[in-house]
Write a protein that binds this ligand. Sequence first.
Ligand SMILES: [Fe+2]
Length: 146
Amino acid sequence: MKKDPNLKISAEDYLFNIMIVDEQHQRFIGIYNNIIKLSEDKPNVTNDKICRVLNELSEYLKYHFKTEERLMMLADYPDIDKHIKEHIFFINKIDEFILANKYKNPVLLDNMLAFSRKWFLSHIMQTDAKYIDILKAYIDHHPDTK
Ligand SMILES: [Fe+2]
């Protein structure tokens, strides 16, 4: 597969200046790049390799969503319910991928790539971006927040 420069995500483009969130979002870039690598090397991709990335993504999202949801709760973020619904949507999607991998779905990698991109662009850049001011204000007043 030819490299598509549009697939690349640049980490500097989406810093929120909320350290704990930024660090975790950076980790996502690493996983996303692994998915790109796999889709560039399709003939050598095994179910096992896909399984490993999916497990990593699943663990990562659960951990990351917990962090965000805790911070939103602490900061009394008004749109939290809507935000959590999006998190649930993404977690369910990963479960679907894990199932699709068992059935060796041939378009799974393409779907994973499209999903990761959508998660990044629509969730991080739009939904997450809405909590920046409220979370920052909370953390400024509670500097020990972890
Ligand atoms: Fe989020």
